[in-house]
Design a protein around this ligand. Structure first.
Ligand code: HEC
Ligand code: HEC
Ligand code: HEC
Ligand code: HEC
Length: 498
């Protein structure tokens, strides 16, 4: 009972703090309105450094995202990923996210975007630029969505050059928050249960600007009015935003991101449904926005402004958490650590069981299993992996939405187990009851199991970086959309060491 009362007191406090914060935000909104009167910047100024003159505090704090520059090679940490994504780009290269400042750099350096030699070559479509910077809304405004989403990634190498910045979240004429990407507006309109853009409050906007990128999406293949093929970024929200709703959406349209190289499963790749997961957690449900934690207010010589150094709020708990929470930092950290451990346990179980299912399915095909026999197995693998990926690709969902993360991971483990049970019967039927999946414990060993030509990928990439990429930068400078000084001193960092 005592514990309950304490909890209740805690909640009341948190709610009281929320109201104070909301009042704060409204006050800030008034201040921003007064900034609005004179248009100061061009609507499509995408060079972030141009904003420094007018907004030095916001700019300088934004630029600090540059300090988060560590490369976390996820394939090295979890070699199972190479098997889970066999035949798909993510098996080539996949790092933990780092500062927004590196969005363009990382997109050009990742082995996933390959080594194009001209505007028409390379493995990826233009859609792979969508979440990388302010030149994207500028171009969509200029050429229209259909044209923007047709052609290869390399088509826009000298046009999309500035990393995630001011025009991604603001209208520079007024500095009001603004959703600049049509795919989010379309997605919200596709489902009456979601926020109506016209009714969005300032507090909603403080999350919606992030939802332009930190969401689940797929590339919808269409033929454009001009007769071109396009791959248009689309959010699968028409039936809802839960893992189950989106699974139904994809199943009904028979969508697949790729066919798994070993198990031949029609796979789904979850992107990063961070916004969707956050909505289900304690903070999302209570209206605590992304910006409340990731962009807290800061005081500098009596001037209050929004800290634009978006990173890990735990590095800045005083401003990010302690405005609402009254327990000690240590006890909050301890609570979060335990949430992470619970997630990691199920996360590992899920990867292990699904990776084994892919390899066993590969063996079953090799022994002559039929399509009819394999169909139910492949459906289990598809759903299991989608669920595992949804829970872990929506970066730290273990914190943003702990219960939902555990539920989704539990269903992944269950479905993976069901696939393996069915497979054991098929393998027995074809005389391989004792089949053991190959053992691998490093990224390199996993690459061998899946026949990934890693060296060749690096060679192609280095040719691109020493050739075409240099031309892109020169052309962008000539077009007046890139200032090479803005990326001076930036050292290339990659997972493949070059
Ligand atoms: C990822 C989204 C995002 C990016 C990128 C971004 N901002 Fe902001 N900005 C915000 C949010 C959220 C607020 C808070 C708005 C509010 O509720 O008052 C804000 C507020 C502001 C304000 C209002 C005053 C204040 O400090 O609250 C200014 C001015 C501003 N930003 C300038 C910039 C500049 C300049 C850049 C580029 C260097 C930039 N912003 C990049 C999201 C962003
Ligand atoms: C235009 C797309 C876009 C928008 C808008 C955006 N992000 Fe990001 N965000 C990314 C990408 C891409 C990365 C990964 C960058 C990399 O690793 O190179 C990232 C990385 C991050 C990281 C990891 C930073 C680190 O240092 O590890 C955080 C935290 C984050 N975003 C939060 C937010 C929040 C909060 C908002 C809204 C206020 C937001 N983002 C808006 C695309 C976006
Ligand atoms: C209550 C505070 C809070 C809210 C609200 C919140 N976050 Fe976070 N976020 C965190 C914390 C804390 C972490 C780091 C957790 C960890 O890894 O230890 C984090 C981490 C992240 C990361 C990953 C950084 C990385 O390097 O892996 C991204 C991306 C991110 N948040 C995006 C968002 C988005 C988008 C929203 C809104 C839809 C949001 N967050 C809402 C507290 C919050
Ligand atoms: C704007 C206010 C606000 C901010 C900022 C905020 N929280 Fe919360 N937090 C809440 C509210 C409200 C709840 C829900 C309380 C309830 O359910 O009674 C909550 C719940 C929690 C919980 C328990 C819920 C769960 O998911 O298990 C944890 C842990 C937590 N917050 C940690 C943090 C951390 C860490 C930060 C900073 C990164 C933070 N919070 C920032 C308001 C806030």
């Amino acid at each position: 009972m005592k514990k309950f009362k304490l909890l209740l007191a805690g909640s009341v406090l948190a709610i009281a703090c929320m109201s104070a914060l909301l009042a704060n935000i409204n006050e800030k909104k008034e201040e921003t309105k007064s900034l609005r009167s004179v248009p100061k910047m061009d609507r499509w100024e995408t060079k972030n450094e141009e904003f420094r003159k007018l907004y030095p505090r916001q700019y300088d704090s934004w630029k600090k995202t540059r300090n988060s520059d560590d490369i976390g090679d996820m394939l090295k940490e979890y070699p199972e990923l190479v098997v889970l994504w066999a035949g798909y780009g993510f098996a080539k290269d996949y790092n933990a996210p780092r500062g927004h400042f590196y969005a363009i750099e990382d997109n050009r350096n990742t082995l996933r975007t390959g080594g194009p030699v001209d505007a028409k070559s390379g493995p990826m479509p233009t859609a792979c630029w969508t979440c990388k910077g302010p030149d994207v809304p500028r171009l969509i405004n200029e050429v229209g969505e259909e044209e923007f989403f047709s052609g290869k990634w390399a088509k826009y190498g000298s046009d999309i050059i500035n990393p995630i910045g001011c025009v991604d979240c603001h209208n520079p004429e007024t500095m009001e928050l603004q959703v600049n990407r049509p795919h989010l507006k379309r997605a919200l309109a596709s489902n009456p249960d979601l926020i109506n853009m016209e009714d969005a409050t300032q507090q909603d906007m403080r999350s919606l600007v992030c939802a332009q990128c930190h969401v689940e999406y797929y590339f919808k293949k269409v033929k454009t009015a001009a007769g071109k093929k396009a791959a248009i970024v689309t959010l699968p929200w028409a039936k809802g935003t839960s893992v189950d709703d989106m699974e139904k959406y994809y199943d009904e349209i028979n969508f697949k991101d790729w066919t798994h190289k070993i198990s031949k499963t029609p796979m789904l790749k979850a992107q990063h449904p961070g916004y969707e997961m956050w909505m289900t957690g304690a903070h999302g449900r209570n209206g605590v926005s992304c910006a409340d934690c990731h962009m807290p207010y800061k005081n500098e010589g009596g001037i209050k402004y929004t800290d634009h150094n978006i990173g890990n709020p735990l590095d800045n708990m005083d401003n990010s958490c302690m405005t609402c929470h009254r327990v000690s930092e240590a006890s909050l950290l301890d609570n979060i650590q335990r949430k992470k451990e619970r997630k990691t346990e199920l996360h590992k179980d899920a990867m292990e069981v699904i990776a084994a299912a892919h390899l066993e399915a590969g063996k079953a095909w090799e022994l002559g299993a039929t399509k009819e026999e394999m169909a139910p197995v492949l459906m289990d693998i598809r759903h299991a992996q989608w669920r595992w990926d949804y829970a872990v690709a929506s970066h730290p969902a273990f914190f943003h939405a702990p219960e939902e993360t555990l539920r989704v991971l539990a269903t992944a483990v269950k479905l993976g187990g069901e696939a393996r049970l069915k497979l054991s019967k098929i393998l027995a039927k074809y005389g391989a009851i004792d089949y053991k999946v190959p053992v691998y414990s490093t990224k390199e060993e996993a690459q061998k199991v899946t026949n990934l030509p890693f060296k060749k990928l690096i060679d192609q990439k280095m040719k691109f970086r020493n050739g075409l990429l240099k031309e892109w930068k020169k052309e962008a400078e000539e077009k007046g959309i890139y200032n090479p000084k803005s990326t001076e001193m930036v050292k290339d960092k990659t997972s493949y060491g070059q």
